[in-house]
Design a protein around this ligand. Structure first.
Ligand SMILES: Nc1nc2c(ncn2[C@@H]2O[C@H](COP(=O)(O)OP(=O)(O)O)[C@@H](O)[C@H]2O)c(=O)[nH]1
Ligand SMILES: [Mg+2]
Length: 363
């Protein structure tokens, strides 16, 4: 699962990326790794891991993780190939989720490529570049499909009609209907990597002062909701976050208190991303380790086992399951069993968010 950080130039994308690469989760420091300078693996903060660890006392805790990618900046005309446009748009097609960074901070020292700060106009601009780029692919594919003799393939006919529908929506700029487009059809078109069919989050990069409460921002978020009701928006001060995550947890808390800011927005961003990707978490406990695993919602127990080891999936017998909170209340795995809280589930059991699983398997 990859999340692309996208947006215009100079809006704070790289600052945000750097901040994300510094996120540490409590108990143990997560071994952060950068796969390449623009890709970072970020742990998903999850208080349940710490709660489970309190009763099971493992040597290590391991968090689920997601990947963020700093995709280079988009410029007006990218869909027409401006500023290496096609290359960047191509990179974006590989992403599972787009985080669109919008600049709201006013800083005369930082040049704005569009001349002035206007996050909503910028979002329109970004969306229209994405739409134009999708339309380009769409029309090429459609003109190919038109040449296919009618009646030869039902599948191709269905594809053509879905593509025409999307083309109409994009031409009208109807992103709302697009965002509600049936998941099954999206799935069949996933090979095209249409940008406008990807889940998106708007990330409004504000200054520290604006974060502390600013009437202007209130108007902005009302206007945002009116014009982009289909897109969740999160406020963040990228510059502040970058400094914040260099501090120890105690210093961080102190800093936030002094700045009169409730909490870091990065956790919110990571958690929203996780939700938008339709991922859920299950946990495993071994003598030395409590670990969180992420799987797509609806995954069956047997494939969940495969996430840990292919042998576990192949030789799957059954899974013992307890909800994390019941486990914590019981005081551990053995006590949960004594209290009759463990259930036995077969391979078709749909794993639920928060399940603690123990797989029985045979090699
Ligand atoms: N004042 C202020 N400057 C910021 C903020 N976020 C980023 N910047 C500055 O804006 C410039 C561009 O940031 P960068 O992250 O490189 O933007 P990118 O082109 O979108 O990757 C840098 O000089 C940053 O220090 C912010 O929240 N407030
Ligand atoms: Mg950058």
């Amino acid at each position: 699962m990859r999340i692309g950080i996208v947006g215009l130039t100079n809006v704070g994308k790289s600052t945000l990326f750097t901040a994300l690469t510094k996120v540490k989760v409590p108990v143990n420091n997560y071994p952060f790794c950068t796969i390449d300078p623009n890709i970072g693996v970020v742990p998903v903060p999850d208080f349940r891991v710490e709660q489970i660890a309190k009763v099971t006392k493992p040597e290590r805790t391991v968090y689920a993780a997601i990947e963020f990618v700093d995709v280079a900046g988009l410029v007006r005309g990218a869909s027409k190939g401006e500023g290496l446009g096609n290359q960047f748009l191509g990179k974006m097609r590989e992403m599972d989720l787009l985080v669109i960074v919008l600049r709201a901070f006013l800083d005369p020292e930082v040049v704005h490529v569009e001349g002035n700060v206007d996050p909503l106009r910028d979002l329109e601009l970004v969306l229209s570049e994405l739409a134009l780029s999708d339309l380009d692919i769409l029309s090429r594919r459609l003109s190919y499909l038109e040449k296919v003799p009618k009646g030869t393939s039902l599948k191709l006919q269905q594809e053509a009609s879905a593509l025409k529908e999307i083309q109409g929506l994009l031409n009208r700029g109807d992103f709302k209907t697009l965002s509600e487009y049936p998941q099954e059809i999206k799935q069949t078109l996933s090979g095209y990597g249409f940008l406008t069919l990807k889940p998106m989050i708007a990330l409004v990069n504000v200054s520290e002062k604006q974060l502390q409460g600013d009437g202007e921002l209130l108007d902005l978020s009302k206007e945002f909701e009116k014009r982009f009701p289909f897109m969740p928006a999160i406020r963040v001060c990228a510059l502040l976050e970058k400094e914040l995550w260099d501090l120890s947890p105690e210093e961080r808390e102190e800093y936030l208190k002094e700045a009169k800011i409730e909490r870091s927005s990065l956790e919110e961003l990571i958690q929203s991303s996780y939700r938008m990707l339709n991922l859920i978490t299950f946990f495993t406990i071994q003598s030395s380790e409590v670990r969180a695993w992420s799987i797509p919602s609806g995954t069956r127990a047997q494939s969940a086992a495969g996430k840990i080891h292919t042998d576990m999936e192949k030789g799957f017998i059954k899974a013992e399951v307890v909800y994390w909170e019941d486990l914590v209340k019981a005081g551990g795995w053995v006590l949960a069993r004594e209290k009759g809280l463990l259930r036995s589930e077969g391979r078709d059991y749909k794993v639920q968010d928060g399940d603690v699983l123990y797989f029985k398997f045979q090699v």
